[in-house]
Design a protein around this ligand. Structure first.
Ligand code: HEC
Ligand code: HEC
Ligand code: HEC
Ligand code: HEC
Ligand code: HEC
Length: 238
């Protein structure tokens, strides 16, 4: 039994961190969530114009950041979700980015050939499946975001470049999952986590962190004991 019970307090700090991070809400969170679910009709033909010409077209039409109606996007496309859904929505402060970068075409590089469509049509109209045999030149939506978002952050040395900078794991709120009486002791807490994280507990028992043991010549009163280690004498062994 003791062996099955595992030291988890590091993870608890992690969980506290996760639930803190999930508190953030966009001012128009509900609308942003609705937008995130939309599936945009695929645009086959794009206007193959130079980016400078596209920029000039925007100037001519007087399109500026004042034309931005969506301050925020929660990027969580159904196109990507079909295949993988490891993370919650990626938040993207659209207006803030537009004001900072002052150039819509830094992101909205091409427009559809159909002139009745917007100069700043969504990425997900042209970038969809990871590979489309009819349009092999186009990268998929996930790659389009990863490439454009991360490259600029790297270039400007500003904005997140690490996975967790943009992604929160799809982890359910543990406030509702963990059921513990007030004043539960360390063993009870660990047992409660293991109720669902059985595999994590098994894996932990196979790590060097758990299995290492050996002499500890400098520990007062334990100089001759060669069996120190997490799984034997360590105090926080629960
Ligand atoms: C600059 C922001 C950014 C960074 C950094 C980033 N991503 Fe993403 N990632 C996105 C966006 C945006 C999407 C598309 C979200 C959507 O529409 O579902 C995405 C989608 C994904 C998806 C598919 C969606 C899902 O929920 O499973 C995976 C998997 C993923 N990213 C993994 C990673 C990994 C691994 C790293 C680090 C190596 C990383 N990302 C770094 C922005 C980022
Ligand atoms: C840093 C990149 C970036 C910049 C700069 C930027 N946008 Fe966007 N924009 C996006 C992304 C990402 C989306 C959402 C794409 C999606 O859902 O597929 C978007 C969506 C939009 C939409 C919604 C389109 C639709 O069909 O619903 C409009 C309108 C828009 N942008 C206008 C602008 C304008 C105008 C500017 C310049 C003043 C601008 N954007 C600057 C990245 C950017
Ligand atoms: C009207 C269609 C269209 C829209 C809208 C569009 N793209 Fe693209 N995108 C393309 C095409 C076509 C290519 C391939 C271009 C080529 O061969 O040079 C491409 C290529 C890319 C590439 C590969 C590198 C490059 O720059 O050529 C990235 C990254 C990319 N798009 C990201 C985005 C993002 C992010 C958005 C939204 C802000 C977006 N695209 C909106 C049509 C579009
Ligand atoms: C053309 C450059 C550029 C592109 C493209 C770009 N970013 Fe950024 N981003 C920045 C800069 C510069 C900052 C830092 C400025 C700041 O403090 O907001 C930043 C900051 C951020 C932040 C941290 C600030 C916040 O709002 O929490 C996030 C998250 C972020 N970007 C997500 C994205 C995502 C997702 C995309 C792609 C859809 C993207 N960015 C595309 C330039 C860019
Ligand atoms: C009723 C079931 C349940 C209980 C009880 C529970 N969890 Fe979870 N936990 C989950 C699920 C489901 C996930 C998301 C899927 C995953 O990552 O395994 C998760 C995810 C996590 C993650 C994120 C893992 C990652 O890959 O990022 C951590 C950390 C975590 N739990 C720690 C704990 C700790 C510590 C306890 C005890 C205080 C606990 N959990 C109790 C169900 C539970």
């Amino acid at each position: 039994m003791i062996k099955k019970i595992v030291f988890y307090s590091g993870l608890m700090i992690l969980v506290a961190g996760l639930s803190m991070a999930q508190v953030w809400k966009a001012p128009d969170q509900e609308k942003a969530k609705e937008r995130a679910k939309e599936r945009v009709k695929f645009v086959k033909e794009y206007k193959n114009e130079d980016i400078i010409l596209h920029k000039m077209a925007l100037v001519e039409k007087g399109i500026t950041h004042k034309d931005i109606t969506e301050n925020y996007f929660l990027l969580d496309s159904p196109i990507i979700k079909e295949r993988e859904d490891h993370y919650g929505p990626v938040r993207f402060a659209h207006k803030r980015h537009a004001a900072l970068i002052e150039d819509c075409t830094a992101c909205h590089h091409y427009r559809p050939k159909d002139e009745s469509m917007s100069e700043t049509t969504r990425c997900s109209a042209c970038h969809q499946d990871s590979f489309n045999p009819e349009h092999p030149e186009r990268i998929g939506l996930k790659a389009a975001f990863h490439q454009q978002c991360t490259e600029c952050h790297q270039e400007k040395q500003d904005g997140p470049v690490t996975c967790t900078g943009c992604h929160l794991k799809n982890v359910p709120d543990h406030k509702d999952l963990v059921k513990l009486a007030d004043g539960a002791d360390a063993f009870e807490v660990t047992a409660e986590c293991l109720r669902c994280h059985d595999q994590a507990g098994e894996d932990m028992l196979k790590t060097a962190h758990w299995n290492w043991r050996g002499p500890s010549p400098f520990t007062v009163e334990h100089r001759k004991d060669v069996q120190h280690g997490k799984g034997t004498t360590a105090l926080n062994n629960y």
